[in-house]
Design a protein around this ligand. Structure first.
Ligand SMILES: C[S@@+](CC[C@H](N)C(=O)[O-])C[C@H]1O[C@@H](n2cnc3c(N)ncnc32)[C@H](O)[C@@H]1O
Length: 350
């Protein structure tokens, strides 16, 4: 088994674009929800210096270890937490790290995980079927493959892998269970659907299993909702995604949050009372330039979307003279104390 975890490295994707979209400023406070090996985090700390602070989260303790070494020179302004970003709000509350100027999610897995031969993310290396970002999590890919009922397994492969041959692959898996290793699974898939073109026939199924094992889509939806609440006025939310399922969630979330009324079309008078909580920074998705794709082919599917927090009715800054208080609040930049106090109380009561 190959373990080249420390031999390879992860190049941060869309780095300049992410810094620009986050509008990183000296003294700013930022959360990197997907710290990885700390490439984006390091650049954020450099650009927010002096006085910048960063809270870095990663579910993978090995990633955190690498990032810790890389961010050593900023250790006084950095807080690194081994947790899942589905707990974003409670982590920020625990460490009294809100409101913030910017939140970054650079989704999926890092090159270190993909090339870490013992993690089971890739069919390039023979390894136990694992695929957990967090090795302490109970359910691994082997559990999903070997214990999921046929209909559900087919649904996972179809929906999360967008794999048209989901029925044939599932039937073959059910016939051959238990399947223990990446190579066993990759060979079984190749046997069941054959090989067409350059892309390995197991690619989509491996993506599907990784998404299912790590609850990637549910956790993303939840983290996006939490992130908007944690942003101060004009704070930025930046998300880099790597496949259409993630990007669709980010796009739809941002579009909905940026809208005023969301009543069904034809409703004569607005009854939803929905007000925009964010404004879209880039109406058109940002993708890597040819030069970046050339030097870092892994970036080719990346899509960056960004939004900026607006004040809303939620942000009732007190009541007497809303306009004057709102002006003060805006001039102070980004504090939304009433809403944030509400979040803190809800968290403490839970
Ligand atoms: C693409 S990498 C980030 C790379 C990083 N931006 C850098 O420059 O090195 C994604 C990271 O997010 C982590 N991750 C994925 N889903 C997560 C989740 N739900 N909670 C916490 N970390 C997660 C993975 O473990 C991985 O280290």
């Amino acid at each position: 088994m190959v373990n080249n975890r420390s031999a390879s490295s992860h190049t941060p994707v869309l780095l300049a674009e992410a810094l620009r979209a986050l509008a990183v400023q000296p003294g700013g406070r930022y959360v990197d929800c997907t710290l990885g090996s700390g490439g984006h985090a390091l650049a954020i700390l450099e650009h927010s210096s002096p006085g910048g602070q960063l809270l870095g989260i990663d579910a993978d303790p090995f990633a955190l270890e690498i990032a810790k070494g890389r961010l050593q020179q900023y250790k006084e302004s950095t807080l690194l937490v081994n947790d899942n970003f589905v707990n974003l709000q409670s982590i920020c509350i625990k460490y009294d790290f809100f409101p913030v100027h910017g939140i970054l999610l650079d989704l999926g897995l890092s090159s270190l995980q993909l090339n870490g031969g013992d993690r089971g993310f890739s069919f390039q290396y023979d390894a136990p079927l694992d695929m957990r970002f967090d090795p302490n999590q109970k359910i691994s890919a082997a559990d999903v493959v070997n214990s999921t009922p046929e209909a559900r397994l087919a649904q996972i492969i179809r929906t999360y892998g967008e794999e048209g041959h989901y029925n044939r692959i599932t039937r073959e898996i059910i016939k051959e269970r238990p399947i223990k290793t990446t190579r066993q699974l990759a060979e079984l898939i190749e046997k069941s659907i054959g090989r067409h073109g350059r892309i390995h026939p197991a690619t989509k199924t491996f993506q599907a299993l990784r998404i299912a094992v790590n609850h990637e889509l549910e956790y993303l939806e939840s983290a996006l909702r939490q992130a908007v609440d944690l942003l101060g006025y004009e704070g930025r939310l930046v998300v880099i995604s790597y496949h259409s399922l993630e990007d669709r969630i980010v796009k739809q979330f941002m579009q909905k949050e940026a809208k005023g009324c969301i009543c069904p079309p034809g409703t004569p008078i607005c009854v939803c009372g929905h007000t925009p909580r964010i404004r879209l920074i880039n109406k058109k998705v940002i993708t890597p330039a040819e030069a970046e794709i050339h030097t870092n082919p892994r970036s080719r599917s990346a899509k960056l979307r960004a939004a900026e927090r607006l004040t809303t009715q939620d942000d009732s800054y007190v009541t007497d003279d809303d306009h004057a208080l709102l002006t003060i609040a805006k001039s102070r930049g980004w504090r939304r104390p009433v809403l944030l106090e509400k979040i803190r109380m809800a968290f403490l009561a839970a």
